[in-house]
Each structure stands twice: as C-alpha cells, then as structure tokens.
Design a binder for this molecule. Structure first.
Ligand code: KG4
Ligand code: ZN
Length: 337
C-alpha cells in the first residue's frame, strides 16, 4: 500500500488535553481515537499543563496502537507520520511531536508537522462539501479567530480575540455558575429550554473590527452573579442559573454571528466554515444556519466530534502537506504560540 498517493497517514494530536491518534487515507477516516483528559483537569476547572503533558506521555502509545489496530494498518503501510507541532502547551506538544519523529525515523517515512489551527479548519474540508476560498471562524478553548482561507494549506488571519477565547469564556462562566468543566457543554445543557432574559453586553469593538473581546461579558456575568463588589449579593438573583447560562450563550452567539457576517461582507466571500470546540454548540449552529438562510451564504460546520480536538484532522491535512512536498525535517521544533 505504501507509495500510493492515498496510502494511510498516522496523525497524532497532543496540543492540549486530548491524547489523540488517527489513521486517514486522504480524507477517509480509518480510525480516530480520542482519549479525553477531562477527568484529570476537572478538579482544577481548566487544563493544568504539567498534568496534561504527563498524561500524554502515559497514554499516547496505547492510543497510537489502538488507532493502527482499528484501521487495520501496520506501521510499514504508512506513507508518513504527522503530529501537531504548533500552537499549544509546550510540554504537551513535545510528547506528540517527539513520538512522531521517533516513529518516522524508525520506519524511514516522512514526518509531517501540522499547524493545529489549519487542522481545525481542515476538519470542514474533510467532513463537508466546503472548498476554499472561504471564511473560517475558529472558536475553541484557546482561540477565537477569523481567517480568509485561500487554499487547503493557507489561511490569512483577519481578526482574533484581544482577550479571552470564546471557549475560555464558556469555561470561566460555567465555573461562576457552579456548573462543570468543560464549561461549553455544561452551559449549553443548563440553557436548554431557558429564555435569555438578561441583556448582557455584546462587545463589537467598533464598526468594522473583526477582532473579538469576551472579557467584558465575562465580568458582566460575574457582577450579575456575585454583585458589584464580586463578593456576593444581598438580594437574591432574579434569574435562575439556566436563564443566566442562556443569556450568556446568546451574547456569545450574537457576537460570533455578527463578526462572521462582517468578514463575509468585507471580503465578498459567500462561504463560511465554522470549526473548533465551540462550533459543537447547538445554539450557535442554529443561529448561523438562520443567518445563512437570510443572508444567502453557504455554511459548513463539521460534526461535533470533528469540531473538538482530534487527530483525524491532523492526518487528513498531512496528506495535502505531503502531496505539496512539505515534509518537515526531524529538527522541526514545537512552537507554543
Ligand atoms: O477545540 P477544542 O476541543 O480545544 C482547543 O483547541 O481549545 O475546544 C475546547 C473548548 C472548551 O473551551 C469547551 O468549553 C468548548 O470548546 N466547547 C463548547 C462546546 N463543546 C466544547 N463550547 C460551547 N458549546 C459546546 N457545546
Ligand atoms: Zn483545538
């Protein structure tokens, strides 16, 4: 099998708190294993970098073995070995990248170093009918960015958050509301069937800005829950937790939709892809679908399991990097930022 243009590629993803490995033949997923570290980080309400790196070290090889076994692919069949090399937590990245380098060296196959953000965008190209050029809204725990995507391998940054990422805001507000970690799914669940009764601020940063800011919204929720001094309120809350969650979610969704519309208008592009963990949010998906129908643009969102961190997007993007002759030297570095 090796040598053919669709020979399988092993992808490894360890940039944050999922230990993931997958085998793809071009965009076809042969296996996609994601071991979530959420139970380890839950007590801390966030990812603890050293805990993440140590867990990757413990679990990566069993996860890789399982990905190869499920795909029914032996290492000798692989066309290349790919791993995320940026951006992410440095200790976490180093585990996956070093494993990929070692395997590539042993089996004498090319190493492909993959940009996590381009891989998230690629999830839309592998799982939907989207093609470049398009606008990509990437909304995750670490990133909130808008890109003009020129090709499968190139994206130009149009705007990004100047403070918190959208997913981070979900995680922090979930903590304020005593829900659970990760905050996105917890807030979505608490908001189900609830009305967004509280008008929290939507920060749009000026008329034409494509940047984002969520820290004001986060502080507004804090003041609402804890009172103006942040220490507690004398009077009881008028809204219940579900209504606060729904109101916060609605404010984030409004901003994400408005900024996406601005990017489409500014570039004249009529195609939007939405990726990253927050793209799993059903209220966001629904609001974007309404906007797409009203404003007549094409909308593509991968299924939720390809929105959150996974290695299938890494292996699938690696296929195009390999085809373009963009294998990495074994000296390639992990880059946290
Ligand atoms: O892309 P991802 O898995 O990892 C990063 O690269 O950050 O995104 C994780 C983020 C977390 O902040 C999580 O709370 C958020 O995505 N998230 C959601 C939902 N599912 C995950 N946010 C809103 N609604 C969801 N259903
Ligand atoms: Zn991610």
């Amino acid at each position: 099998m090796s040598g053919s243009s669709d020979a399988p590629i092993l992808g490894i993803e360890t940039s944050c708190d999922e230990t993931a490995a997958a085998v793809c033949s071009a965009s076809r997923i042969l296996s996609n294993i994601v071991l979530s570290q959420v139970p380890l980080h839950k007590p801390f309400w966030g990812t603890v970098p050293e805990v993440a790196a140590r867990a990757h070290l413990r679990w990566l090889l069993p996860v890789v073995e399982r990905a190869l076994k499920e795909a029914e692919v032996g290492v000798a069949d692989l066309a290349a070995v790919a791993a995320t090399h940026k951006p992410g937590l440095i200790g976490a990245l180093l585990v996956g990248l070093t494993a990929a380098k070692t395997l590539a060296l042993c089996i004498k196959k090319p190493l492909i170093a993959v940009d996590h953000l381009l891989a998230h965008i690629h999830a839309a190209f592998m799982a939907t009918d989207a093609t470049p050029p398009c606008i990509a809204l990437l909304v995750s725990g670490g990133h909130t960015c808008l890109y003009r995507v020129e090709s499968l391998l190139e994206a130009v940054l149009l705007g990004r958050t100047i403070d918190d990422a959208a997913g981070e805001a979900f995680d922090k507000v979930a903590r304020m509301l005593n829900l659970s970690y990760p905050g996105g799914p917890a807030i979505e669940k608490a908001a189900e069937g609830k009305r967004p009764t509280i008008r929290f601020p939507r920060s749009l940063l000026g008329e034409n800005s494509l940047d984002f800011s969520f820290s004001g919204l986060k502080t507004a929720v804090l003041y609402y829950v804890k009172g103006q001094n942040g220490r507690g309120r004398s009077e009881p809350l008028e809204a219940d937790v579900g209504e606060i969650a729904a109101s916060f979610q609605e404010a984030v969704v409004d901003v994400l939709v408005e900024k996406s519309l601005r990017a489409l208008r500014a570039t004249g592009i009529r195609r939007l892809v939405v990726v990253g963990g927050v793209a799993a949010n059903r209220r966001l998906r629904q609001a974007l679908a309404c906007a797409a129908a009203e404003r007549r643009f094409e909308l593509f969102i991968p299924p939720p399991h390809l929105c959150t961190d996974n290695a299938a997007m890494v292996a699938a993007l690696a296929h195009h990097l390999l085809k373009a002759g963009r294998a990495a030297p074994l000296s390639v570095d992990a880059q946290p930022n």
